[in-house]
Ligand binder design. Structure first.
Ligand code: FES
Length: 103
């Protein structure tokens, strides 16, 4: 099956500031957390269920859809500042991630 047809596959890149830490191809099914491990990028996790906020990163560009109901680890202010949770966030297409949470 050609996964491009759903337009969800792409490349996720991990940055700290302007420094590229690593990148990984993805098929739109793995979480940011899982993909970061594939390219040896360290993002701390704790609950791995969207509750604690430990794994929070910043979406620099691209799409990481949010669930209809925000998980306990996010609030609207954080979302406005492009916060995403690595343990539950699934990238779609080409996505750039800042490994630190928004300020
Ligand atoms: S590890 Fe707790 S919200 Fe992701």
């Amino acid at each position: 099956m050609h996964k491009e047809k759903q337009n969800i596959s792409g490349v996720i890149r991990f940055f700290r500031g302007s420094q590229l830490l690593g990148l990984s191809k993805h098929d739109g099914t793995d979480t940011i957390s899982e993909l970061s491990k594939l390219c040896d990028v360290e993002i701390p996790t704790n609950c791995t269920s969207g509750t604690c906020g430990t794994c929070m990163v910043t979406l620099n560009s691209g799409i990481v859809a949010l669930p209809d109901e925000l998980p306990p680890g996010l609030d609207f202010d954080l979302v406005e500042n492009m916060a995403r949770l690595s343990c539950i966030g699934i990238p779609s297409g080409d996505v750039d991630i800042e490994v630190r949470p928004p300020l």
